[in-house]
Write a protein that binds this ligand. Structure first.
Ligand code: PRP
Length: 174
């Protein structure tokens, strides 16, 4: 069985959308205590591009998570493998995700962070698959809505591979 990588969202289209999101976030967070929270591993590429599209002083934090579930889907039971380096009380938290699929991971993270008394918490996701929603979560900033297909690249993996592809792509088997 051979596999083909087929581009779904090009490098250029991602770059243009990330710049727009960065401009919007810059306007809305001016004068506030913005902290970007990069949810590892998938959002490391998106976070690094988004951060450079935001023209504000801000902190960047990294959160290690591991979700256990039925194979390729999350169960919503999220284990924190690497916590934030500092408290977030009184700060304006923007959680950065590569993809929101069932919504279970982000719902868990919102519950977790609310207990730490930040000033605000919002969500920025590059991709959303509404057809797979199991729990509705707010997505304050969204790059693209996609169909229910397995996507890789720009941080997203297939068995830990393809995270370094510059575009969002489909893996097709024949
Ligand atoms: C992906 C993604 C989100 C989560 C979304 O992470 O980065 O964290 O799944 O799925 P959900 O909305 O159904 O909860 P993954 O578990 O693939 O780990 P990774 O980021 O390390 O690749």
């Amino acid at each position: 069985m051979s596999q083909r990588i087929v581009t779904l969202i090009s490098e250029e289209d991602i770059a243009a959308r990330v710049k727009e999101l960065g401009r919007q976030i810059t306007e809305e967070y001016r004068g506030r205590n913005l902290v970007l929270v990069c949810v590892l591993k998938g959002s490391f590429v998106f976070t690094s591009d988004l951060a450079r599209a935001i023209d504000l002083p801000m902190r960047i934090e990294f959160l290690g998570v591991r979700s256990y579930g039925e194979g390729t889907t999350t169960s919503g039971v999220v284990q924190i493998t690497q916590d934030l380096s500092r408290p977030i009380e009184g700060e304006d938290i923007l959680i950065v995700e590569d993809i929101i699929d069932t919504g279970l991971t982000i719902a868990h993270l919102l519950d977790l962070f609310r207990t730490r008394r930040p000033n605000s918490i919002k969500v920025c996701a590059l991709l959303h698959k509404p057809s797979r929603t199991r729990i509705q979560v707010p997505i304050d900033y969204l790059g693209f809505t996609i169909k229910d297909a397995f996507v890789v690249g720009y941080g997203l993996d297939w068995a830990e591979k393809y995270r370094n592809l510059p575009s969002i792509s489909l893996v097709e088997s024949d």
